[in-house]
Design a protein around this ligand. Structure first.
Ligand code: SUG
Length: 446
């Protein structure tokens, strides 16, 4: 059956800011309290979507989540009207404002884990929103993620949108950033490669930063999607986590039968076992980047592995391209490696495109973080809510909307201003009008 990989990018919200909320994510810590540009961030994200559209790929997007999340402040004991709650929080617990104001839902690779219908037990396409329990600003995302996925993928005969796993440390789940679907062709039965940071035997004292994905979470998702028999589990190395690989997609990316990864990405024994298992199921093509060509530090600062690894626009997996962040071009070792890779005919990656997503990168989110990959058959594609598929006209409309409603600069101290709440709500209201999706956000029902 013909099937396509469609990327759904997170549309970046007017509240994009640098609050240093993600311990273990080096860029987030480095840029804490810096002034952001929500407008540049959103325009950069939309230009990346345009680049893919112009290259011939189908491109969709997911809605920004409603922020500030005043409902969470109510659950934390604040009462009154929305503006009054912001004022009280600004006085009594200003640190909570950065939590409920984060634009982190932009990193759609953490929205959910996705299993295509060719692989699942019931022939539907499955989504499990990630509980993101490791960080408090992201743990509040999953209810709105679920709602957004149910809006975009609304047909329950074709799409199954599950609830997030229980919000417990034991089931910590960060979604597709730690999952790669490998297959010989998009429409063919494939394998789910789940990469986790810890299980119940992991020596936690060896980790300086949190391991955000657990084996038990990955196993539960595989069970939900009916792919336990078609799942392979692989452990990230402590070395990679300690160097700042807070998700596997910072040190590895796969597509088709290709797994492109850093030499130090995985625990050695786990890698040997998983690769042997994968090789029995499909003609695995590992492309390992040696540490003496690209150090782990360079891989993480340039986000080489957070490139999007794409088949060509016809879905031909013999000819792949990387959509890499410009930071890779700026890093001499990475740039030299990529030039060599593109010339190396023993593997299918023959082309590299660079995209500027610096605003997102400064919070630790590269091109691949910004998108959720969904493999869709023709029939499933026809069932996707068309308001969320992009062409030039729609991208132009969204860019005009960003130019009209977004600030050019946002300092984290400005989150205390209740007028900024109104500014955000006005922007979301206008967005639903541009898209023609009616009242979507909670405040529109009030
Ligand atoms: O979860 N940054 C995000 C970046 C997510 C990147 N996603 C993938 N690698 N798939 C995170 O660490 C920073 C927010 C702040 O500090 O303001 C943040 O949440």
């Amino acid at each position: 059956m013909t099937a396509y990989e469609v990327n759904f990018d997170g549309l970046i919200g007017p509240n994009h800011n640098y609050s240093g909320l993600a311990f273990g994510n080096l860029a987030s810590s480095r840029n804490a309290r810096n002034t952001s540009s929500p407008r540049q961030a959103a325009l950069q994200g939309l230009e990346k979507m345009r680049t893919l559209h112009h290259l011939g790929y189908r491109q969709g997007f997911l809605l920004p989540q409603l922020r500030p999340d005043v409902a969470t402040l109510r659950r934390l004991g604040f009462s009154g009207g929305d503006r009054s709650i912001i004022n009280k929080a600004a006085r009594q617990a200003p640190q909570l404002l950065s939590m409920i104001y984060s634009a982190s839902s932009m990193w759609a690779a953490n929205a959910a884990t996705v299993t295509p219908s060719a692989d699942s037990a019931d022939g539907r396409l499955h989504f499990t929103p990630a509980n993101l329990v490791t960080t408090s600003h992201r743990a509040i995302e999953h209810p709105q993620t679920q709602r957004c996925l149910e809006t975009v993928f609304a047909d329950p005969d074709k799409f199954a949108v599950h609830q997030a796993l229980p919000s417990q440390n034991r089931f910590a789940d960060e979604g597709a950033a730690n999952h790669t679907r490998l297959s010989a062709g998009y429409g063919e039965r494939g394998v789910g490669l789940f990469v986790y940071g810890r299980d119940n035997r992991t020596n936690l004292s060896s980790l300086h930063f949190p391991a955000r994905q657990t084996l038990e979470a990955s196993e539960a998702v595989a069970r939900q999607h009916g792919i336990s028999e078609r799942a392979v589990f692989l452990q990230q190395s402590a070395e990679a986590i300690n160097a700042g690989a807070f998700h596997n997609d910072v040190v590895a990316v796969g597509n088709g039968t290709v797994l492109f990864f850093h030499e130090q990405a995985f625990e050695a024994q786990s890698q040997a076992d998983a690769f042997a298992d994968l090789s029995e199921r499909l003609p695995l093509q590992p492309v390992c980047v040696p540490r003496d060509q690209v150090s782990l530090e360079d891989a993480i600062s340039s986000y080489l592995f957070n490139s999007q690894l794409l088949a060509d626009a016809d879905g031909n997996l013999e000819r792949m391209r990387l959509i890499a962040p410009t930071e890779c071009r700026d890093n001499p070792a990475v740039n030299a490696y990529l030039a060599q890779l593109a010339e190396d005919n023993s593997q299918p990656i023959g082309d590299v495109e660079f995209v500027d997503v610096r605003q997102s990168m400064s919070n630790g989110g590269g091109p691949a973080c910004l998108r959720l990959r969904v493999v869709l058959t023709e029939e499933e594609l026809a069932a996707v809510n068309p308001a969320f598929m992009l062409d030039d006209t729609r991208i132009d409309q969204l860019q005009a909307w960003v130019n009209d409603y977004y600030r050019d600069e946002l300092d984290p101290s400005e989150l205390k201003d209740p007028d900024f709440l109104n500014e955000c709500y006005t922007a979301y209201d206008a967005l639903t009008q541009v898209l023609g999706i009616g009242s979507y956000y909670d405040f529109q029902h009030a």
